[in-house]
Ligand binder design. Structure first.
Ligand code: CA
Ligand code: CA
Ligand code: CA
Length: 158
């Protein structure tokens, strides 16, 4: 289990991130043996949008990944086995990609594994998170900071 702290998130210039403007952590991982699972633990706030982007980049060997978002008790909140995202230096795998907005504060776990139960190898995991939305005095949900465009269909206005 790898514990990821808030202070590890930073806005970094990396074209393999889906949303370069969001604070992110880039991790190298390895599914070492058939069926093994890699776990990451984060403490996250409600209304944060979490982006879990597994990349199969040059040098990586896990072609077919699956990513899970789990709660503190290891219940599955969401998962993805093959998601599309743009701009990667992806070399053609069945990479997992998950975007999820949290509805409660707390400890969460991210799990990365091979798709088939026997897929193994190295991968790059990009974890990005939005600034949580907060309710102001008018009880309107507003962004704490500047507007962040998550995708063309979903722009969060200030
Ligand atoms: Ca990517
Ligand atoms: Ca990806
Ligand atoms: Ca996959």
């Amino acid at each position: 289990m790898v514990i990821i702290n808030d202070n590890q998130f930073a806005v970094i210039n990396d074209p393999n991130l889906e949303f370069e403007s969001l604070p992110s952590v880039v991790l190298q991982g390895n599914v070492q043996s058939a069926g093994s699972e890699n776990l990451y633990q984060l403490n996250l706030e409600k209304n944060t949008t979490l982006i879990l982007d597994v990349d199969f980049l040059a040098g990586d060997t896990l072609t077919d990944s699956v990513v899970y978002l789990l709660d503190a008790d290891m219940n599955v909140v969401a998962f993805n086995e093959w998601g599309t995202n743009s701009g990667d230096s992806d070399i053609g795998g069945y990479e997992a990609f998950l975007e999820y907005t949290l509805t409660t504060d707390g400890i969460y776990h991210v799990k990365v594994t091979g798709y088939s139960g026997f897929d193994t190898g190295t991968y790059t995991l990009n974890i990005s998170k939005s600034i949580p939305l907060i309710a102001n005095d008018d009880e309107t949900i507003t962004q704490e900071n500047t507007a962040i465009t998550l995708n063309p269909q979903r722009t969060m206005a200030v």
